[in-house]
Design a protein. Sequence first.
Length: 122
Amino acid sequence: MGTEKYKILLVDDEVDIAELCADAFQMEGFQVTTAYRVDEALDKMAVDDFDVIISDQNMPGKNGGELLKNVKESHSTALFYFTTGSVLTAENEVLEMGATGLFTKPYNVEDLITAVKIKLGV
């Protein structure tokens, strides 16, 4: 499949959403790590490199925007950024912040996987 070498970090405080998304990516052959808070994601990024980071915007404590800023300052990974439907975020805003793309909840996991594959060229 060609996806086995790619590592994805999924960050979402909604455990069910994170696990559903992680399962879908794993079924496609990706290596997936989950985090349920930004601080947890930063800890995992300190010890491992990820090709793609998919983050929720609204989370308790630090938010996805803070994670995005950290990623752009210290990592050269592709970042796909999604937010809850209750938060109005324009795609051009997240692109200007350095994100690769925006997926608004509820999003189609297959569309997200397809976008990741296209970005990675697999």
